[in-house]
Design a protein around this ligand. Sequence first.
Ligand code: AGP
Length: 574
Amino acid sequence: MCGIVGIVSEKPFEVGELIKALKRLEYRGYDSVGFATDKGVVEKDVGEIKDFMTRVDLKQTAKVAISHTRWATHGGVTKTNAHPHTDCSGDIMIVHNGIIENFIELKNELKKEGHKIISDTDSELIAHFFEGKDIKKACVDFFKKVRGTFAVLIIKKGGEEIYALKKDSPLALGIADGMNIIGSDIYAFSDKTNKAIFFDDNEFAIIGPRSYEFFDKEGNPIEKHVQEFEWSSREEEKKKYKHFMIKEIKEQPIVAERLIRSLETEQKEKILELKNMIENAKRIIFVAAGTSYHASLLGTYFLHESGVEAHALIASEFNSFATVDDETLIIAISQSGETMDVIKSIKFARESGAKIASIVNVPYSSIQRLSDISLNILAGQEICVASTKTFTNQVILLLYLCSLLGYKTNFRELVRNMQNIFEQEEKIKELAKELKDKKDIYVIGRAMAYPVAREIALKLKEISYIHAEGMMGGELKHGTIALIEDGVPVISLIPEGDEDIISNTKEVEARGARTIIISSQPMKKTDFAIPSGNGGTFAILSNMIGQMLTYYIALEKGLPIDKPRNLAKSVTVK
Ligand code: AGP
């Protein structure tokens, strides 16, 4: 999943403007970066945008330019594999987000035609495919020939427009004054305009400074509508915080409050409609990935507590395990709204007639536009690759939905308790010093604490680079307990009324584990006390402790935190 941005303008613009727009998409991947202009300039290198910007002349101008920030799929992280790629002549320059599935067949054909392929990527083949051709006609051939997922921007040396093609990978056109900006999502241009055209699958467009023509994959002209979108265009700054992660952890009470208010007002109708869809569905299946999957597990728990049966499937396995028909309701949860595994699952379910609901953070995202009904968690842009405030708002939205089905939550008290959790920050910093050099950490919980155990373990892995396992407390004794020995840290999540998790905790203590207790029931040895409430409030508050713990461990270890190695914020490849 990469980020791509193109600008075509009436007046010359500085390349720095293009790279600034690209930087807003850096959460989509940051292995390498590059740009190309209508003057035939191509500059690219491995590493992050901020370093690249110190090495290139940002004052150089262009009227047409494209750029790319990469998360490597085909081909290692090298300068040659960085985008943009060119054809043999250097006249055609392209950037690509996605994967070409039949790249071997395509590569062999192009090599037979005499093309010199210099990189290990599938993307470079696109530039050679268009070499020496009428680009518009070649777009039609491209859709016929190429299998896979792609958002592609193409420019020609001396050309005055950008050609943009879209299938599965996201692409949006921002209509600004005397300038058109094409990006992987609205963040690329939300500081310049609130007017956008969203590409649908199997479309291409020819975009000039004040014009755009859209075509279907056969080359027939199609009508597209300009949409006005609401999105905070103010630049996300860290302000007084060292990292976006701690900023986003700290702003959770505010964004929670904003979501709850919206569910009581402008999103009230939609949440009531989703409640009705749940009451009328024969089968309810959540589909999500990563942290959003952990939120969906909590969704199944809250629905169970409301007397409704639901299941949660990990998106990459959905097609192998889901039984779907026209009485099935699919609830897709996705912060980015662009996770390819979720998109593929939704398309699979739609083919069987299922109704699609989604809970997203990024408005106008692909998943939102594929849904019959979609709710926004309104967490604002989450810059840190690790999900924190968006997880909490996903859970709050699910709690609010289930409060309409009988599983009551005191939301005002919850937001107050979320703010109070930060009073334990100093204790968390101390514990981080103790855990920072540990090789393995286990997190155990039952019922609503089990998804939290998994979520805390995921944060420990992706932010603190410590191997961690989040497990059902009752499952530990069926094998994994063999790994518990003197001093191994086990974080135990103990909500009030849960006696069994106390037994599981004693089982590991008996084998020398260093247990850390996060509990809402009065216990002799509680490291972090959580105010009592229902399962949802325990889940949110205990997870906030976990979020801060992983942050401070990573800080102690001097790790990158906002952009962890090998990761990207939005996984738009299968
Ligand atoms: C969580 O911290 C990770 N960033 C990752 O697991 C993420 O939750 C997953 O890729 C799903 O992303 P989505 O919510 O945008 O679909």
